[in-house]
Design a protein around this ligand. Structure first.
Ligand SMILES: *Cc1c(COP(=O)(O)O)cnc(C)c1O
Length: 376
């Protein structure tokens, strides 16, 4: 979903001429983060030590699960979560089309079959009705990503369908729905700490659960050494200095979220009267991982904003139904989102003058593109 190039500026982009003055995304690394990592380096204990265990405990308790397993990526966390469901004749996993390709990779890696469904008309999250149509005897699991910081409003109903659900919180750690943190509602939840995500360890991830059995299965799959008998296992571990970074980032998470919400309010205020952009309604519990503008042609807006030194992107590189050459008529909402959505810079390090510059550049774009008018 995100390219390496966008971790920090300058970055090049299709259609860009100038160097990006404002990168699309940038991690927030503070003095306390640096100290935490250096302490571990100086200790000489770089792996399998205290920091990983503490990070697992702290994130589980922040989200609301009894345990967690830190991994080297969100993709590994998803893969482990799918493996924890065991083997039987059910082999289909329901996933939304408008999501990160990591979902597809994890499903295939686990030798399962993806069943791709559409998103909602009113937000970018997986559609409960589409899930109901796709669910069947062979359904093994549903992967439900809370997209762009917005909680899935129907997550409780999805869990009640009776099929194991993996809440994918890679883009929404800290978000909540009806007073509950995302990730705490289903039996399994996965997180990513890639450099562009809300909190980062460079690369990294975690899977959380409150099922002792599933936690045991997954831990066992991660334990490759000291096995009395051979059993397939993996090394997806996180290092201790990464876990130390994760812990110090987690301590700042609520502040990061407050800053994202503050910037979002500024944007909302400024964009609501511009006739060429639509600002989709966001939920109370959103953590604004992405700030999405809907415009008539995302491509031309992105090219133009990038030329004006504002880093912006399509929030999803390519919908999954396109990769699989599925009938696009079955994915009208995903298609529409892909055509119109532009992801704008939003992160704690964005200064007030950057925000003003971005708003000004969007206003300039307005004058050069055909408008589709306001939603009635
Ligand atoms: C980033 C992401 C992942 C994969 O995480 P990695 O750490 O990059 O492997 C999975 N799901 C979603 C929704 C993501 O955005």
């Amino acid at each position: 979903m995100d390219s390496i190039a966008e971790q920090s500026g300058p970055a090049s982009h299709v259609g860009s001429v100038n160097t990006e003055r404002i990168p699309h995304s940038r991690p927030t690394i503070q003095e306390s983060d640096v100290r935490a990592v250096v302490e571990v380096l100086a200790s000489g204990r770089l792996a399998d030590a205290a920091q990983v265990t503490l990070f697992e405990r702290e994130l589980s308790s922040y989200v609301g699960h009894t345990g967690g397993i830190a991994t080297n990526s969100g993709t590994s966390a998803l893969y482990l979560a799918l493996l924890s469901l065991g083997h039987d004749s059910r082999n289909e996993v329901i996933i939304p089309s408008y999501a990160c390709i990591a979902l597809l990779n994890a499903v295939y890696a686990a030798h399962l079959m993806p069943v791709v469904v559409d998103i909602n008309e009113y937000d970018y999250n997986i559609s409960l009705n589409a899930i109901k149509r796709a669910i069947g005897r062979k359904t093994k699991a549903i992967i439900a990503p809370h997209m762009f910081g917005d909680p899935i409003t129907d997550i409780q109903e999805i869990v009640e369908l009776g099929v194991p659900v993996v809440e994918d919180c890679a883009l929404s750690v800290g978000a909540s729905v009806d007073g509950r943190k995302v990730g705490s509602i289903a039996e399994l939840a996965v997180f990513s700490f890639y450099a562009t995500k809300l909190l980062t360890t460079g690369h990294g991830g975690m899977v959380l659960s409150s099922s002792d059995e599933k936690l045991r299965t997954m831990r066992d799959l991660m334990q490759y050494d000291h096995r009395p008998e051979y059993g397939q296992s993996f090394n997806f571990r996180l290092t201790d200095f990464q876990a130390a970074l994760g812990r110090s980032q987690l301590a700042e998470l609520d502040d990061f979220i407050a800053q994202r919400r503050r910037i979002a309010r500024r944007y909302n205020q400024s964009f609501k009267d511009m006739s060429c952009v639509r600002v989709p309604a966001r939920l109370e519990g959103s953590v604004y991982f992405r700030y999405i503008l809907e415009v008539e042609h995302a491509d031309s807006w992105i090219a133009s904003l990038c030329r004006q030194a504002v880093g912006c992107r399509r929030p999803v590189f390519k919908p999954l139904h396109e990769y699989l050459s599925l009938n696009r008529d079955d994915y009208p909402n995903s298609d529409r989102a892909h055509r119109h959505n532009v992801s704008m810079p939003i992160y704690p390090g964005l200064r007030e003058k950057d925000v003003e510059f971005i708003i000004d550049r969007v206003a300039t774009c307005q004058t050069s593109f055909r408008c589709w008018g306001k939603i009635p």
